[in-house]
Every structure is written in C-alpha cells, then in structure tokens.
Design a protein around this ligand. Structure first.
Ligand code: FCB
Length: 451
C-alpha cells in the first residue's frame, strides 16, 4: 500500500471537530452550545465527562498545527463552533471567534495544508435550541446567516466546505433517541429535524458560494447495511431502514425528492407537514462533492413488530440488528474494510459522477502506553492500511473518490462515550495535554512521505 497507488491530486488528510477538541468553552466570547448543556446534565454522558477542556486545542492550536505538519497531510478537516461566531445563534459576528479560525486557517496555509471547514459538527447555540432547535424551521435560516458570516471571513482561503456533519446523528440521535444533545425523544421529531437540516444545508450552499470559490459539499454517515441472510425478507428490512437512515438526506440533496419508501415507512409517525412548497428545490443545491464517514457496516434481519422506543429509526418496523462480527473495536464496531468499498460503489451507482470524499474513517482501541511513552497500536495501523486499500479498490472499480481523512488527528471527547474512546493517531494525555504519536501516526507519516 503506497500513496503512489492513488490518483494524482488525491487528498490525504486528518479530521477533528470543534467541541471534541477545543475546550475554552467560556472564552473568546463563545456562547453556550447544546453540548455544554447536555454534558452538564447528570447521567447524559459516560463518566460525567464534558468538553470544557477536552484537548485544550483552543490554546494549543499551534502545537496541533505542528502535528499536522509532522504527519505530512495535504489537508485538515476541522469544524467551526457556531457559538464562537454567533454566541446566541443570531446577529452580527463575534470578531474574536472569527479571528480564532482565521489564525488557524492562516497557520494551515503557511504549512501548505489545505483547510477543509465543516460548518456544523453538532454544537448548536443553546439559545437556538431554547427556541426549538432543529425542530424549528427558523433554525435553517439562522444557519444560512451563520454560513454567510463565516464565508465572508474565510471564503478567500478555505479549499473545501461541508455544511453539515452527519445529519442522521444530529436529527436521530439528538431528537429521536435522545442519546446525543439536546436529548429530545420522539420519532416525529427525528424526521422534522431531518427536513430542517436538509433545508439548512440547501440554504447554506448559495451563502457559501457567494463569498468563496472553495468546493462545497456535505458530510453524511451512510449506514452500510447488509441483509443478515439472502432471504427476500431480510433484504426488504434493509430497504426500509436504508430509506430512513440514508436516503432521507441525500435524495433531497442530490435528487430533489424524498424517496417514496421514506414517506411510506414513516407514514404512521409523521404527516410530513413540515415540507413546505419550494423546499425540495432549495435543498437540491448543486454540490462539488459528497463526503461520507465510514466506520463499520451493520447487518439487518426481518423481524416482527417495532423496535423498542426511543430509537433513532423512526418508523422502522420489521427489522432487527444482528450482533456485529468480532473482532470489535472498543466502540463495539466490527472491522470490515470491504464495507467501505461496497458503500462507495453503491453511492456512486446511485448518484453518478459526483466526487466522493471519505471524510472520516478510524478506529478506537484500548491503547497501551509503554514505559518510554510509545503507543504500539497494531490494530489501528491495520485498520488504517486496510481501509486505504478499500478506497483504492473502489477507485479501481471506477468510483471517483478524491480524498481520505483519518479520524482523528488526536484522541478527543467522543460524545456520549466521553473520553473512554481513543480514535487518535496521536495519543492525548488529558492530565498533561501531551500529544504522543502512536505507531499509526508514524505509519501514516511514512505512507504520506511515499517511503
Ligand atoms: C462520527 C462523528 C465524529 C466521531 C466519530 C467516531 O459519527 O462524526 O465526530 O465522533 O463518529
């Protein structure tokens, strides 16, 4: 496996997200986000962990730029914390917030690393949640205003933009099952939030293009489902869950419609009155690429009845999840690189010649730190290598994949799992904030240097 085996111009990067690394939640004029509220709610997050400090990246971003330079990546995908730009989610920009990201972008460019900005990686200003959050249609319009403010400041320097990261997680984990912020529960809310996120995306695309020549896309986490057996019933179960877990985002974004199966599967839980005239045309804003995050596939079998509530699959009737096949990561996810090839091939077959970018891929394992501070993480090295092979296999089958971003540059706050899950190429000692390259970082560095 060498980088020479990839097409010219293929982008290799690493990814992070604001709330997972920044800390400094009360500094620089930042307002509270839904994740501040959620993490400070007893019982919501493992071990009572919060992102108050996280990797202290807000104060240490220069050090983290050094890590990126040391790795030798072409690009860095990070996200902007909306409440640093608009502390209450509305109105004029907080200059200190813009300045922070402007310095980060300049620091990247000085190192020859292309900035890839995600506008929304889950940290909604709490003030907007207080007005209904993603259940409120107005939030979509507020998001477009925020996109405009960021693009005016950074638009001349950002190479790639993603509007949203993983709308399924935002809507279904945040508003249907409630395991993520803001912790609301109910199937209708998951669908309503999904539509408002789709609309937010569609409104933000022209706002970005108005001030930036950068490429514009969105990042989704397609679930790569397989039927547990080749029985038609299991395949039908996959079709139904696909309709609510996957196509509910990219069909409106890329084809200007909701799949009839999405509406049919959810007809008992939502009337879809939240779709207004003209919405679908706005949502279908032309994109330069589609980002997809892939970790592991899932296997579905037909079953009788509905899933236990609350769950993140509104309307999923007659499907059950089959236990993943070992070996498992500490997240409980299987390791199946072929799933990434299959996913890329499937999405390409559905959407044609749109560039695809693997915007996240990585693994959490129980790292052991040696007496000399080294971290030998052979399972993560193998995961990284085998998933790069899987991308290369998709390219070999004619899929226009143009980039790969390892999740994550460094260990960080893993949402509901707190700090228990380590996905980093660099280990973070949270007591001292020392970053140490794991063997996987050294492997990626060698791979990128072409040795
Ligand atoms: C994805 C998220 C990312 C990270 C990985 C492990 O769902 O986008 O922030 O937590 O999972």
């Amino acid at each position: 496996m060498t980088r020479e085996g990839f097409p010219d111009g293929f982008t290799f990067g690493a990814a992070t997200a604001s709330y997972q690394i920044e800390g400094a939640v009360g500094e620089g004029g930042r307002g509270p986000s839904i994740w501040d509220t959620f993490t400070h709610t007893p019982g919501a997050v493992a071990d009572g962990a919060t992102g108050d400090v996280a990797c202290d990246h807000y104060h240490r971003f220069q050090t983290d730029l050094d890590l990126l330079a040391e790795l030798g990546v072409d690009a860095y995908r990070f996200s902007i914390a909306w409440p640093r730009i608009q502390p209450a989610g509305v109105g004029r920009a907080n200059q200190a917030g813009l300045d922070f990201y402007s310095r980060l972008v300049d620091g990247l460019l000085a190192l020859g690393i292309r900035p890839f900005v995600t506008l929304y990686h889950w940290d909604l200003p709490q003030a907007l949640e207080d007005k209904g959050g993603w259940l409120d249609r107005d939030t979509a319009f507020r998001f477009a205003d925020y996109a405009d403010l960021v693009a005016r400041e950074l638009g001349d320097r950002v190479a790639d933009w993603a509007t949203l990261n993983e709308p399924w997680c935002i809507a279904m984990l945040g508003y249907a099952s409630g395991v993520h912020a803001p912790g609301r529960r109910g199937p209708e809310g998951g669908l309503r939030a999904s539509h408002h996120l789709n609309l937010a995306h569609g409104l933000a695309v022209p706002a970005l293009r108005a001030s930036s020549a950068g490429r514009v896309g969105v990042v989704v986490n397609y679930h790569q489902f397989y039927p547990a057996t080749d029985s038609p019933d299991d395949e039908a179960a996959v079709g139904r869950v696909d309709a609510i877990g996957n196509w509910i985002y990219t069909e409106p974004m890329l084809a200007g419609r909701y799949d009839p199966l999405t509406r049919e599967v959810t007809r008992d839980v939502a009337t879809w009155d939240f779709v207004a005239d003209g919405d679908l045309a706005r949502i279908q804003a032309p994109l330069d690429f589609l980002g997809l995050n892939y970790y592991a596939p899932a296997y579905l079998a037909a079953s009788v009845g509905a899933l236990e509530a609350p769950n993140p699959w509104p309307g999923a009737v007659g499907a059950r999840w089959v236990a993943p096949r070992p070996p498992l990561t500490t997240m409980g996810w299987s390791v199946e690189p072929a799933g990434l090839t299959d996913l890329l091939v499937k999405v390409h077959a559905r959407y044609g010649d749109l560039d695809l970018v693997v915007t996240e891929n990585g693994s959490a394992f129980p790292d052991v730190v040696g007496a000399d501070g080294t971290v030998h993480d052979p399972a993560r090295v193998a995961y990284l290598r085998d998933h790069l092979e899987a991308v290369s296999a998709a390219i070999g089958r004619g899929v226009p994949v143009t980039g790969y971003y390892a999740w994550s540059l460094m260990d960080n706050f893993e949402w509901a799992f707190g700090f228990s899950q380590r996905f980093g190429l660099y280990r973070v000692d949270y007591a001292t904030q020392v970053r140490t390259p794991k063997d996987s970082a050294l492997w990626y560095q060698r791979f990128l240097s072409g040795i």
